[in-house]
Design a protein around this ligand. Sequence first.
Ligand code: HEC
Ligand code: HEC
Ligand code: HEC
Ligand code: HEC
Ligand code: HEC
Ligand code: HEC
Ligand code: HEC
Ligand code: HEC
Ligand code: HEC
Ligand code: HEC
Length: 327
Amino acid sequence: MSRTAASILALAALLATSLASGDPAADVHATLVAKLAAGDYSRRGADLCLTCHDEEEPFPTAAVFETLHGHPHVAGSPFAQGSAAAYPAGLQCEACHGPVGEHGRRILRDGAAREPIVNFGQRGNAAADLQNQLCLACHADYGRARWAGSTHEQAGLACADCHRVHAAVDAVRSRNGQASQCVGCHASVGADMLKTSSHPMRRNQLICRDCHDPHGGEALLRDSAGNEACTRCHAELRGPFLWEHAPAAEDCGICHEPHGANQPALLVRRAPQLCQACHSSVGHRSWPQLPSSPAEPRAEFLFANACLNCHAQVHGSNHPSGNLLRR
Ligand code: HEC
Ligand code: HEC
Ligand code: HEC
Ligand code: HEC
Ligand code: HEC
Ligand code: HEC
Ligand code: HEC
Ligand code: HEC
Ligand code: HEC
Ligand code: HEC
């Protein structure tokens, strides 16, 4: 038996002891765990399942054959054949749904319920952990290396909360379908995208995945946290600069929202308030020289670009005399 098979069984045993109770959902779960341990796979594979789960059913299943999972020549896939198949590959539908056991019986005893089989996603009947182990039996690869302990794993998400396996197109992996899948749970990010200034996410030129790794990492970011999350694309602002502006070298997030803001350039606040959160105007060299309008004393500080009228290089400067971020 392979190592992954052994780890599924170890997990199954653990869950079986913790979930034996009178609660019907727990009973179903315990049955599924026992079935995984027993490993009573069908000899007929998909041919058996498809006698009942055909395209007339409320949940059509055959679109799986339009994906890599359904392809006999993809090494390690559920439908892999011959030498391309090593447990659990080649078990077909049961590679994911677990052993059929008595589930596929044509005739049931009077009043008897059909034995359950593992289901995923919205109507999932097994704990997220167990569902995920079935996927991870094949996908505990580099892409999922940071899944354990990630925010999504800790929040109890299942792989199937995002991925549609029985669909020709897995929306969450498609450029045009991803945002709506993520925003379904992250409504506030959807709202940010609609603010006056935002990353070009509304038409999916930029998608969540360009910055985030939903499978793990600090704050689920693709890059190690910090400014790399921004400077991978905005490379001209990476520095180091001859004259650094301390907050820009430290964290772009001090001044910018990542998704959207009602200030220009995704700013958390407008200048001058943005700058005045750290810099006092008192004693500013040019202050006494500035003309004062009747309505607003020292209005140049406030008009239009405010501080940026003079200190235009807020991200740092490479000009020999750029020490005050003015050029
Ligand atoms: C790669 C893993 C995988 C394979 C292979 C697979 N399934 Fe599924 N199946 C799922 C997931 C995940 C769901 C949950 C629904 C979804 O994500 O769209 C599901 C849902 C279902 C359901 C829906 C039950 C319901 O009404 O909620 C049925 C029935 C089903 N699969 C049957 C099959 C059959 C028959 C096969 C083989 C032809 C098969 N599955 C192959 C992963 C798989
Ligand atoms: C004899 C018909 C029949 C066969 C064969 C059969 N199923 Fe089912 N299956 C059903 C019925 C009926 C349901 C609805 C269950 C209910 O209403 O209690 C179901 C439900 C399911 C569900 C939803 C979870 C559950 O337990 O309710 C999944 C997933 C599923 N089947 C997968 C499979 C797979 C995979 C195979 C082949 C290994 C298979 N089925 C073989 C009739 C069958
Ligand atoms: C028997 C092994 C096996 C199981 C079980 C399995 N997969 Fe896969 N899966 C593969 C292989 C092989 C591929 C294609 C090569 C690759 O991308 O690694 C694949 C590809 C994928 C892809 C990318 C498809 C593409 O077109 O690039 C996703 C997403 C995925 N699987 C999700 C899942 C989910 C979710 C589950 C559990 C419900 C699951 N897999 C269960 C073997 C498996
Ligand atoms: C929060 C949503 C989400 C969850 C939960 C999730 N995924 Fe993904 N997955 C994605 C997105 C988005 C992509 C596309 C990433 C890309 O474009 O590179 C993806 C890509 C993949 C791929 C194909 C590309 C690759 O990285 O190899 C596989 C395989 C995969 N996921 C498997 C899984 C498995 C297994 C789980 C559960 C342990 C899981 N995913 C959980 C959103 C999710
Ligand atoms: C331009 C890069 C970028 C894009 C595109 C992006 N994000 Fe983010 N996101 C970030 C950064 C940076 C953070 C802050 C991380 C931290 O410092 O905690 C963040 C934080 C988050 C958070 C946690 C804080 C919060 O605001 O709730 C969620 C949830 C989130 N992003 C979801 C999404 C979703 C969903 C999408 C796609 C619709 C998306 N992000 C697109 C960069 C991005
Ligand atoms: C089924 C619901 C669901 C879906 C779908 C979903 N998430 Fe999440 N996400 C969560 C939960 C729950 C958390 C935990 C924090 C919270 O409660 O907001 C979370 C947290 C996050 C965080 C914050 C991470 C941190 O450590 O601060 C980011 C970023 C994020 N998700 C991005 C995404 C992206 C990108 C997608 C789409 C590929 C996505 N999510 C899809 C439920 C979901
Ligand atoms: C995946 C690439 C990518 C990443 C990562 C990225 N951006 Fe952007 N950013 C863009 C693109 C594309 C635009 C639009 C450029 C344009 O319109 O010329 C943009 C525009 C902007 C703008 C100008 C918005 C406006 O309304 O004028 C700001 C500010 C910005 N990004 C800040 C950030 C910050 C802060 C981060 C890190 C949280 C970040 N970006 C990460 C690609 C990225
Ligand atoms: C001290 C506050 C502050 C910090 C920190 C900061 N920015 Fe900015 N950023 C601004 C202001 C103010 C503007 C508007 C500039 C303008 O209107 O001319 C801006 C504009 C931008 C723009 C729009 C295009 C441009 O260059 O004018 C991008 C992209 C950008 N910032 C990215 C970043 C990145 C990446 C970081 C981190 C390395 C960062 N910012 C850190 C204040 C800041
Ligand atoms: C989070 C706090 C913070 C914010 C917000 C901030 N700064 Fe700074 N700024 C600093 C720090 C710290 C220094 C370095 C001071 C030092 O070296 O004495 C600095 C240096 C400067 C300098 C160079 C002064 C010198 O003595 O070298 C200028 C000019 C400046 N900032 C302008 C701005 C402008 C304009 C804004 C608004 C767009 C702004 N700052 C926003 C913290 C901030
Ligand atoms: C009319 C142009 C102008 C405007 C507008 C302006 N500054 Fe300055 N700032 C200067 C000049 C010139 C100096 C250099 C004075 C010197 O040589 O000592 C300076 C110096 C500074 C310094 C360095 C420390 C100091 O006081 O000498 C900081 C910090 C600073 N400005 C922040 C700001 C902030 C914050 C704003 C907006 C509220 C702002 N400035 C608006 C021209 C301007």
